[in-house]
Ligand binder design. Structure first.
Ligand code: EN2
Length: 119
């Protein structure tokens, strides 16, 4: 029957909601040589002021956990969390610092990759 809505299932479109793209992008972020500051949550006991300044901490291992627990609705909600990692980094670190520079390099890598994948 024309117009009958086919139920969307994973087998039809294996990238339903872009989650396969999220998995691919996260794997590339985790493997990047400049990922080291972002692989684990910032230890606020070891980093003075972090807990006060950064209201919504985020890191790649937390994103990995959320992806595994199916907490991302789609690519957009995933990109919001990845960008939060970079926004926190820019807020807390001088641009001209090891971690600040790593954050800028990771952000431009991510921007390039997801725009390539979405084309
Ligand atoms: C994003 N951010 C990170 C830090 C920070 O000090 N982060 C810990 C760095 C130490 N962690 C490592 O060196 C490491 C971790 C995992 C790994 F597989 C290899 C190395 C401080 C401020 C900030 O804004």
């Amino acid at each position: 029957v024309s117009g009958a809505k086919k139920a969307k299932t994973d087998k039809d479109d294996n990238n339903t909601n872009g989650l396969a793209t999220c998995r691919m992008l996260l794997a590339e972020l985790e493997a990047h040589q400049d990922a080291w500051p972002f692989l684990t949550p910032v230890n606020h006991k070891a980093v003075p002021g972090y807990r006060k300044v950064i209201k919504k901490p985020m890191d790649f291992s937390t994103i990995r956990e959320k992806l595994t627990n199916n907490q991302y609705l789609n690519l957009e909600t995933f990109i919001v969390d990845v960008n939060l990692v970079f926004e926190n980094c820019e807020r807390f670190n001088e641009d001209d610092s090891e971690i600040g520079r790593a954050g800028h390099r990771m952000r431009s890598f991510f921007d390039k990759r997801w725009t390539e994948l979405l084309k």
